[in-house]
Structures are given as C-alpha cells and as structure tokens.
Design a protein around this ligand. Structure first.
Ligand SMILES: [Zn+2]
Length: 431
C-alpha cells in the first residue's frame, strides 16, 4: 500500500466525518416552493422548517445560493443598511473562494448564479419596505425558480454570517441549530375541537385538528323517553373526543422526539384532558397553560417561551456539570487554544462556547484548520485567511461534523472560568 499524504488523508477524513444518513420519509418541500423571494417572505411563518432536511436529498439543476445574515447589535435594518455592505463582502469573498467551481459551470448555470445574487441584493434593498418585523436573523436558500426559502427568527441563533454558492443548499448550520433547540409540541384543547402545533425556535405551526364527532342528536331524539340517556350520550361523546385527542397525541410523540409538551385550554378542558394523558405524554409535559378565547397568539408565545427558557437553563446546567466531571477526569480541555487544537485533530465529542466571546484568528476553510496565529495551512500550504471570530468558526465547523454544540447563554460566569470555550474529547487510548 502506498503512503497517503497528509492533505489527502485530511480531505478523506473530512468527507467521512461530514456524512450522516438523513431521514427518508420527508415530504419534498421544493415541490411547492414559491417562485421568488417576495412570495417566500410572505409564507415564511407557515414554512415547514421541520421538513427542511428534505432539500438535502434534492438535486438542483443550477447552483444554490445560501445566505445567513445576523441582524443584531448595530446591524438592525430599521436604522441603516449595514447588512447590505455585509452581503456584498460575503458575496465577493465567496466568488473568490469558488473561482474554480464558478469557472466550470455552463452558461446557463453561470447566468443563474448572477441572477440569483442580483435578486437577493434587490430583495435586501427593499426589505425595509416589505416588513417592519424586528427579526434577529435572516436565512435565504435560492436557486432560480426551483428553490426560494426564507427563514427569519426572533431569537439570536449564533450562526455566523455566510454566503455559499454550491450545488446543494448549505443547510447544516440551521439544521444543527434546530436540533439543539429542539421541537416542542403544543396542544390546544377547546370545547369542540383540539389543535396540535409544533414550536421550533418559537415559530408556531399548526399540524392537526381533531373535532368532536357529531351525530348524537338523532339518537337523543329516539331515546327521548329514556331518562338520563341524553346525558349519557353527551358524556360518551366527550369521552370519545378526549380519547381521540389522546391517541393523536401519543402518535405524535411516538413519531418524533419532542423536547416538551404544552397543553393549553380553559380550566375545565385542562382538567378533562389530564385524565387521558398517557405515561409518555405526562413525561414530556412541561406545562398546562390556562387560556381564554381572548388570549392572543403573542401571549401564548411569551408564556411558552418562558417555560422553554427554564428548560434550556436546566439543560445548560446539566451539560456544564458533565463538562466539569470530564474535566476532572482529564477527558476534556478548556480555553480557546486547547479547543482549537483538539478540533483541528477532530477529537471533540461535545463543544461548549460562551455566547458573547469574540476572538479574531485565522483559518483554512477547505481543510477546516483554525489558528490563533498567522501562517500557512499544514495541508495545502496556502496562507491562512483572517477571520473575525474564532468562537463562531468553531461552532460552524462543529455543526458541520454534527458535534453537539452548547452555546452557553445562562451561565456566563462559569463559561468565563473555562475561557469561553471547552470540549469533551474522544478517548485517545483506543486499540
Ligand atoms: Zn488548507
């Protein structure tokens, strides 16, 4: 067997580590993709992010543009258009990075890239007129008329600004972020119907409605002479209604892992449904929230979000406890320098990053090589490119390799103690 050079080995390792089997039972969301960004923006709140992975398996005729833009800090589009400057520099950078790839495209594909970039820019210029929403991040996937997806979120996602031109959409940062945040199931019980919703990144989407079954009226007329029959039928009807809701609930829980369940309704409905909840449903039940017909969606969102924050805080605490245990055993490292070194060698099993840590550094994007200092990539010998924040870069790379990444938001003091970055490592003593 011939000797493999380090660069070849690195590239092979990268391709193995990035692979991950996807789900095959996904609905193809590109079948009903809007024809342009304005239409995509209109349906963004009803867009099914739960099925986002489905675009990974799709082959696109033309290249796909993926754009991640943050709107926090100074970059609020309400006041100025810093994001336009950012879009332009991300675009220039990507065109430079993908010089060879772009050169090899056919005329139609080249034209498609040119047009898509122009369309995105035009859309960003008009964004202020299109909406008054104060979202924190904007994500676009575009390939002419074949793919137009816009996702906005009100929470800061800790995904670095990026523009990618590729044969496939660059969805891994958002997919991994969704996974880390988790999906919550919401059930609203009303006297005559029950509605199921899913909640991802506090975006709420209706998934099913169960209605109380009618048809008991006729029996009641027939049974008019029998005392108590009508009342029994009514009870039977309500019993069947709750049984059906509970069956649907179990089916949803069985199909997918939900991080938590919220049940909403008036006091009586909440009391009734409690008697029908299975062990599994009770296990993930986070809260029962009393609502009235006057309760707005905004109020529901806020109440639910409060509980999600508590849950996230608890998870963060447990993750940090595990980190401390592993640090004590010598199975983990702390500090940006040690984490970079471990990541450069693909040794990280779980990564912890403080939300607002910033440190500039250098990288080779192609070989996922990071460095605190200027220099050359050990694999391709090219000069390393300056990057604005190593912490964000670590998050980006770890998501690419499906490494669980904890962004520490609640326990910042603890995070400062380990220098803003820490990692649990794979064992090195394998035989
Ligand atoms: Zn390199």
């Amino acid at each position: 067997m011939g000797k493999i050079n380090p660069r070849e080995l690195r590239e092979r390792t990268i391709s193995i580590l990035q692979e991950k089997g996807g789900r095959s039972d996904l609905e193809d969301i590109t079948k009903k993709t809007p024809i342009n960004l304005y239409k995509a923006f209109k349906i963004k709140d009803s867009f099914d992010i739960a099925n986002l992975d489905s675009i990974l398996k799709k082959d696109f005729k033309n290249p796909v543009i993926s754009l991640y833009l943050k709107f926090s800090g100074d970059n609020t589009y309400r006041t100025d258009k810093i994001y336009l400057t950012q879009f332009n520099s991300l675009m220039k950078e990507e065109i430079k990075n993908k010089k060879q790839y772009l050169k090899n495209l056919n005329t139609e594909q080249k034209e498609s890239v040119r047009k898509d970039l122009k369309d995105i820019e035009a859309f960003l210029i008009k964004l202020k007129d299109v909406t008054k929403e104060k979202f924190k991040s904007l994500i676009i996937f575009k390939s002419e008329k074949n793919l137009n997806i816009i996702i906005t979120t009100l929470t800061d996602l800790y995904i670095k600004n990026k523009l990618v031109i590729d044969p496939n959409p660059y969805i891994v940062p958002i997919i991994e972020t969704l996974k880390a945040h988790g999906t919550y199931l919401m059930l609203q019980v009303e006297p005559k119907q029950a509605i199921f919703y899913i909640n991802q990144l506090n975006k709420i989407k209706k998934i099913k409605k169960v209605k109380i079954k009618g048809g008991f009226q006729k029996i009641n007329i027939k049974a008019a002479g029998v005392p108590g029959k009508s009342q029994r039928d009514r009870r039977n009807q309500i019993h069947l209604f709750y049984k059906e809701i509970a069956n649907n609930l179990d089916e949803f829980i069985y199909q997918k892992q939900y991080k938590g369940l919220f049940i909403l309704g008036n006091k009586q409905n909440l009391k009734n449904i409690q008697n029908y909840l299975s062990y599994e449903a009770n296990k993930i039940l986070l809260s029962k929230i009393v609502t009235s017909p006057e309760t707005t969606l905004k109020e529901i969102r806020e109440k639910v979000d409060k509980h999600i924050q508590v849950k996230e805080k608890e998870e963060e605490k447990n993750a940090l406890k595990a980190l401390t245990r592993e640090l004590n055993k010598g199975n983990a490292v702390q500090g940006i320098e040690a984490v970079i070194e471990a990541q450069n060698r693909f040794l990280c099993r779980e990564i912890f990053l403080s939300e607002n840590s910033i440190k500039p550094g250098y990288s080779c994007i192609q070989h996922n090589f990071l460095s605190l200092n200027k220099g050359k990539c050990p694999f391709c010998k090219n000069e390393l490119t300056p990057i604005s924040n190593l912490f964000e870069e670590i998050a980006e790379i770890s998501r690419k390799y499906h490494i669980p990444t904890h962004i520490i938001k609640h326990f910042k003091k603890r995070a400062r103690k380990f220098g803003g970055a820490a990692a649990i490592l794979y064992p090195l003593d394998l035989e």
